[in-house]
Design a protein around this ligand. Structure first.
Ligand code: MRU
Length: 371
């Protein structure tokens, strides 16, 4: 997607220097556009943990490059298997909820089994990480095509006027490599000339909606309004929202969806108001081994400071200010699980399906267990 008219991805290999990964440091958006350079496993692990980059698909691709950098950096006198195992544990510990992270690391661990020398391993890991990045772009593009049809159908049913879509957190191109998951249908609808308006939940505590989604949509020229998270129910009651599209950090084989905290409450309000609630996700976000999201998905708990403080621009400088009494006790759950009964449908790269085990297996028959 474009920033000031120039095409960017969220992360890429530095031109002419395959030892350096460049990424947009999302901590400073929308106020400052900073490109960070990463050369080591430690740097990529802390970039994931400290959310210089975030979003399930992007975390996955970043971890794949992390595995590559770990081997590239490895001293030749050490066991390469041990180095890869340590890198895998280090990366997996950074963010527990998004399954893409584990998926990408496992894929790299499979690749490494084919290596006959360190040099060959480095090359294989590099190629695989690049392949994952390209696959993510293509998956997101296709999610957009399938989601576009849903938007077109809602527009036809409305019989005119703008289509109003609610979204939460940032499931945009910054959370992926390009296009985004929830935003891809929006960008494709906008590019086709469909009149759209996006309601963007600010998404406390990190405000990914207010700072990232609003910025992305603005860069592309898509009309949008930021609202506080608690306002979406009110807007639904006033029929100001036609549909909701959110992303997913982990979807179970049965269709339960773990996504940014607050998604469940949005889905409840959508259900109560008869508003379609869609989840857009690449298949890399499906955890085929989990069946019950609420009991089986580990929810990341993050630092209290994300709740007690808020970051913004003040006198031209990015600053953090304290919101709560200094000693207040805080809980910071980063994700919640929306049960499948509240999800109208899942939008994947292979098409749209009900949020059920059978729905997913119809699209991904290779995951069906042999009888
Ligand atoms: O904590 P974050 O910012 O990594 O959470 C991101 C989200 O919850 C996104 O909605 C999710 O990854 C969907 S993917 C594009």
């Amino acid at each position: 997607m474009k920033i000031h008219g120039i095409p960017y991805r969220s992360l890429w290999v530095k031109q002419g220097d395959p030892h350096t990964i460049q990424l947009i440091d999302q901590r400073y958006l929308p106020h400052k556009f900073v490109i960070e350079e990463i050369r080591t496993l430690d740097e990529i692990a802390s970039a994931i943990q400290e959310m210089h980059l975030r979003g399930a698909p992007l975390i996955g691709v970043a971890a794949a490059f992390g595995m590559y950098l770990a081997l590239l950096d490895a001293p030749s006198d050490q066991s390469l298997e041990k180095i890869m195992e340590d890198a895998s544990s280090r990366l997996k510990a950074t963010r527990p909820t998004a399954v893409n992270l584990q998926w990408a690391i496992e894929r790299q661990l499979k690749v490494i089994r084919r290596m006959r020398s360190k040099e060959e391993g480095v090359q294989l890991l590099f190629e695989e990480a690049q392949k994952m990045a390209e696959e993510d772009v293509e998956s997101c593009r296709r999610i957009g095509e399938h989601g576009l049809r849903l938007i077109e159908a809602i527009r036809a049913k409305k019989g005119g006027g703008a289509v109003h879509i609610l979204t939460h957190c940032n499931a945009g191109w910054l959370a992926c490599i390009d296009w985004g998951t929830a935003t891809s249908p929006m960008y494709q609808a906008f590019d086709k000339g469909i009149d759209l308006h996006i309601w963007v939940n600010e998404t406390r505590p990190r405000n990914q909606g207010a700072s990232l989604t609003a910025w992305e949509l603005g860069q592309h020229g898509v009309s949008h309004t930021v609202i506080v998270d608690n306002a979406s129910g009110y807007l639904m009651q006033r029929r100001k929202i036609d549909l909701a599209i959110v992303g997913s950090d982990r979807t179970t084989a049965t269709g339960d969806v773990a996504n940014k905290i607050g998604t469940y409450l949005m889905a409840l309000a959508a259900h109560d108001n008869g508003i379609p609630f869609y989840v857009a996700l690449p298949s890399t976000s499906i955890d085929w081994e989990k069946r019950e999201g609420i009991s089986e998905i580990l929810i990341e708990e993050r630092r209290a400071e994300e709740v007690t403080h808020i970051q913004g621009l003040c006198d031209g400088e990015i600053k953090k200010v304290l919101l709560t009494p200094r000693e207040t006790q805080v809980a910071n759950y980063a994700f919640d699980v929306t049960p499948r009964r509240l999800v109208t449908a899942l939008i994947t790269e292979r098409g749209v399906c009900p949020a059920t085990e059978e729905g997913l297996l119809q699209l991904f028959p290779e995951k069906r267990m042999p009888p």
